[in-house]
Ligand binder design. Structure first.
Ligand SMILES: C[S@@+](CC[C@H](N)C(=O)[O-])C[C@H]1O[C@@H](n2cnc3c(N)ncnc32)[C@H](O)[C@@H]1O
Length: 289
C-alpha cells in the first residue's frame, strides 16, 4: 500500500461517504479516534503519514457505517457530552447535543433562583447512558442525584459512566418515577429526556437512528406523548414547594406537553425554549405542591 497522509485519508473518507450519501464528518471522527488526536491536532499534523494498520481500521469502520448505518459512536464506543466522554453502546440512546442545552437551561435557572450552591435533591428519569444525571452531579457538587430507567442494560452503562467520572448517582430500575415514589423521595429538580417519537414516524427516521438506538429510548405510543402522560401523572407524589421540572420535547410538542402539565399543575410557570437549530426542544416548569 502506498503511503498516505492524514490530509489524504481525510479527503478519501469524505469522498467515500459523500458517494454513499452519508455524513462526511464521520471520517474525521474515525481519524481522531484511531490516531488518538483532537480535531485541531488532525489539522496541525495533516502532512503526517497514517499507518496501513490505522487505514485498514478506518476503512472497515466506514464500510460498516455505509452498509448498515452503524453510528460512528458505536464504532468508537464513546460520545462527548457537556465536555466529558461517555461510554455508549446499543443499549443506550446516543447522547444528542440538544440535551446539553437542557442541562444548561437547568443550571441557568438554578443560578437565577440562587439555588446553585445549596443542597438539592434531583432525579433524572430515563437516564439511558447517565449523561444528564452524571453531568448535573459534576456541575452541582451539593446535589443528591437519583436516576431511573426501565432498562437494566442501560443502567449498567449509566453506572459505568458515573463511576468512570467519579459521580455519585443513586440508580434505580423501574417505570419512570415509580422506584423513587416507593422510597417516598421528593425533589427540587426533576429532569427527563423521555422517549417522544410517535410510532407512526418510525419509517421516516434514518437507518442510523431507527436500527441502532434502542426502540425503548425513541418511541412513545401513537402520538409520542405516552411517556409525558405517565411521568406527569406520577409527579404530584414527588414535587416540593418549589420544584423545577425540565423536559426535552419533540419539535411539534410545544403546546401538547405544557397542556398536559397545566392539567395537573394549574399554577405551573411554564417556559418553552428552542434549541440551537431553532426547534422547540425544552419545557421548563416551576411546580409547587
Ligand atoms: C430518549 S432516551 C434518553 C436517555 C438519556 N437520558 C439521554 O438524554 O441521552 C429515553 C430513556 O428512557 C428510558 N425509558 C423508556 N421507557 C421507560 C419507562 N417506562 N421507565 C423508565 N425509563 C424508561 C429508555 O430506556 C431510555 O434510556
Amino acid at each position: 500500500m502506498e503511503a498516505k497522509t492524514i490530509f489524504e485519508v481525510r479527503r478519501w473518507t469524505s469522498l467515500f461517504l459523500q458517494e454513499n450519501n452519508r455524513e462526511t464528518g464521520v471520517g474525521e471522527l474515525l481519524l481522531q479516534h484511531h490516531l488518538g488526536m483532537t480535531r485541531a491536532q488532525l489539522f496541525a499534523n495533516a502532512r503526517d503519514e497514517v499507518s496501513v494498520d490505522v487505514r485498514q481500521k478506518i476503512e472497515l469502520n466506514l464500510r460498516q457505517h455505509v452498509a448498515h448505518g452503524t453510528p460512528v459512536q458505536h464504532l468508537i464506543g464513546t460520545e462527548e457530552f457537556y465536555g466529558r466522554l461517555f461510554k455508549v453502546n446499543q443499549d443506550v440512546l446516543i447522547p444528542r447535543p440538544e440535551t446539553e442545552e437542557l442541562v444548561l437551561g437547568i443550571l441557568n435557572r438554578l443560578k437565577q433562583k440562587g439555588m446553585f450552591s445549596v443542597p438539592l435533591t434531583c432525579v433524572d428519569i430515563g437516564t439511558g447512558s447517565g449523561i444528564i444525571a452524571t453531568t448535573l452531579t459534576k456541575e452541582l457538587p451539593h446535589a443528591t442525584m437519583y436516576a431511573t430507567d426501565i432498562s437494566t442494560e442501560a443502567l449498567q452503562v449509566a453506572e459505568q459512566n458515573a463511576h468512570a467520572l467519579d459521580a455519585t448517582v443513586q440508580f434505580r430500575q423501574g417505570n419512570f418515577l415509580a422506584p423513587v415514589i416507593d422510597e417516598e423521595a421528593t425533589f427540587d429538580v426533576i429532569v427527563s429526556n423521555p422517549p417522544y417519537i410517535p410510532e407512526r414516524d418510525r419509517d421516516s427516521l434514518s437507518d442510523v437512528v431507527r436500527d441502532h438506538d434502542p426502540s425503548l429510548a425513541l418511541f412513545a405510543g401513537e402520538d409520542g406523548l405516552a411517556a409525558y402522560r405517565r411521568i406527569i401523572e406520577q409527579l404530584p407524589s414527588v414535587v416540593k414547594k418549589d420544584t423545577l421540572l425540565a423536559l426535552e420535547i419533540g419539535h411539534d410538542q410545544r403546546h401538547t406537553v405544557p397542556t398536559l402539565i397545566e392539567a395537573t399543575f394549574p399554577n405551573a410557570q411554564i417556559e418553552v425554549e428552542q434549541d440551537i437549530n431553532q426547534n422547540d426542544r425544552m419545557v421548563f416548569a416551576w411546580l409547587s405542591k
